[in-house]
Design a protein around this ligand. Structure first.
Ligand code: NAD
Length: 476
């Protein structure tokens, strides 16, 4: 399978390619993705610029029909798309199908948003004058996405971009071109005018950077790592582009003495290890108060060691492989660093299975302190550390002592402490008796501190990024 660029409504032939390798079985090469050059990106941006004006004028009905078509087809093909997703990214098949379905639901939601775009009419302070406040499309938006949600994240950027009347150039992650291409192929048959949506495969440092720097791009929405996000923000400042960044996390999950132990263990197992821990919202710091600490660590250890690790496409597998060799190496090196700094590492062995893939056992590091690197830096793998806290107040202070602020959770039966945590946790999303990962698609998503920058994604809040506000005064 060749994943080629879609520019100005044409699928282009490209000679060079990047192999899309199945992390569960590295002998399985799923396809080859175009290794584009900056000239390809120039043409994609020019195509979007040409198409932007007409799409900005498209009726809500036309936009609704396009997005509804895309959402319906993704939902109808969720099993097939989920299989492709699990094959190229390594999350388990149920997780892959669930993510594909989520992408369809996102397009359906934003189809509805096409019909719900509103403005304000206010009385002027001057007699006889009318004031209208409306939202206009931003223009050409560049979308840059990571590998860990290879269909949902492109969906939650493309759908609002199109719904609010923008033209798009997508630069998907190098490791997961298959889902991005499949989504682009559906979009190409949706009735969307040619050139409104373009996709360019290739390296972040070359074509991604070129998209960010391009003078004809009005806004950039990025999801990925903190260093890349910072570099993109600084590039966007030079050309005064609108920019939105969703980056890493070091998400705390507080477990208090009064928590339901089974519920807390299930929430931490899910939050830390599902999707192989490769979620920006993963529960990577488990902050546990003294009275429940030892029982919690023992119960989570048993549950973690019971997880069935293996080929993502096989039935009954609960944790698939790590995405690639580099990420696996990073996970294992963080476990060594944690042990060298005094933590007790449980699990985390490199696994050799029948098929050669990037497998490791899930790992917990107990007896850690919050100044250790394992608690300061994002690992992005199936690795959770445990911190002891005297009481709720110390647990909250530890939770907030982080450069990140994406998601924060608490397991407790105390309404008083849950309510206090919801207000005082320094995070964009707070979960009570729920894993830190796992969100709805119709409400805002995003973090605080070093995790996010700019307007929120998802739900009707997405309009803040994908539109510009215009105020018009009329003397009839
Ligand atoms: P990454 O930063 O390496 O790459 C993300 C994207 O940026 C890729 O498409 C890449 O090609 C591109 N890129 C790289 N350098 C670029 C440059 N100079 N200019 C333009 N584009 C460039 O991240 P990744 O390894 O793909 O993804 C993992 C990271 O994503 C983790 O840190 C994770 O926490 C984060 N993430 C965050 C969220 C969120 O919503 N907060 C969601 C998922 C993943």
């Amino acid at each position: 399978m060749d994943y080629t660029n879609l520019i100005a409504g044409s699928w282009e032939n490209t000679s060079d390619g990047c192999a899309n390798v199945n992390p569960s079985d590295i002998t399985d090469v799923i396809g080859m993705a175009a290794l584009s050059e900056t000239a390809d990106m120039d043409r994609a941006v020019a195509s979007a610029r040409t198409a932007a004006a007409d799409w900005a004028q498209a009726t809500p009905q036309m936009r609704f029909d396009v997005l509804d078509f895309i959402g319906s087809e993704i939902l109808a093909r969720q099993a097939e798309l989920g299989q492709l997703l699990s094959r190229e990214e390594g999350k388990t098949l149920p997780e892959g199908i669930g993510e594909a379905a989520r992408a369809g639901q996102i397009f359906k939601f934003f189809a509805g948003e096409c019909l719900r775009q509103t403005g304000d009419r206010l009385a002027s302070v001057r007699p006889g004058v009318e004031v209208d406040v409306t939202r206009a499309p931003v223009g050409v938006v560049g979308l840059i996405t990571p590998w860990n949600f290879p269909i949902a994240i492109p969906a939650w950027k493309i759908a609002p971009a199109l719904a609010y009347g923008n033209a798009v150039v997508l630069k998907p992650a190098e490791l997961t071109p298959g889902c991005a291409w499949a989504l682009a192929e559906i979009i190409s048959r949706s009735g969307l005018p040619e050139g409104v949506f373009n996709i360019v495969f290739g390296k972040g440092a070359s074509v991604g950077q070129h998209l960010v720097d391009h003078p004809d791009v009005d806004a950039v929405s990025f999801t990925g790592s903190v260093p890349t996000g910072r570099a993109i923000a600084s590039s966007c400042a030079k050309t005064l582009k609108k920019v939105q960044l969703e980056m890493g996390g070091k998400n705390p999950m507080v477990v208090l003495d009064d928590a339901d132990l089974d519920l807390a263990v299930a929430a931490c197992l899910n939050g830390a290890f599902f999707s192989t821990g490769q979620r920006c919202t993963a529960s990577s710091r488990l902050i546990v108060t003294e009275g429940i600490h030892d029982r919690f660590v023992a119960a989570l250890t048993t549950a973690m060691q019971g997880l069935k690790v293996g080929n993502a496409l096989e039935a009954g597998i609960q944790m698939g492989p790590v995405v690639d060799a580099r990420q696996l190496e990073q996970n294992l090196s963080y476990l060594k660093i944690a042990a060298d700094e005094g933590g007790t590492v449980i699990g985390g062995e490199r696994l050799t299975l029948a098929q050669e893939g990037f497998y490791m056992a899930p790992a917990m590091v107990s007896e850690t302190s919050n100044d250790m690197r394992i608690n300061r830096e994002e690992v992005f793998g199936p690795v959770a550390s445990v911190l002891r806290a005297r009481d709720y107040n110390e647990a909250l202070a530890l939770a907030n002592d982080s450069a990140f602020g994406l998601s924060a959770g608490i397991c407790t039966t105390s309404l008083k402490q849950a309510s206090h945590f919801k207000v005082n946790a320094e995070a964009g999303m707070v979960m009570v008796n729920l894993p830190t990962a796992g969100v709805d698609y119709h409400v805002p998503f995003g973090g605080s501190k070093g995790s996010s920058y700019g307007a929120r994604e998802q739900g009707s809040y997405a309009a803040e990024f994908y539109t510009r506000v215009k105020t018009a005064y009329t003397l009839p």
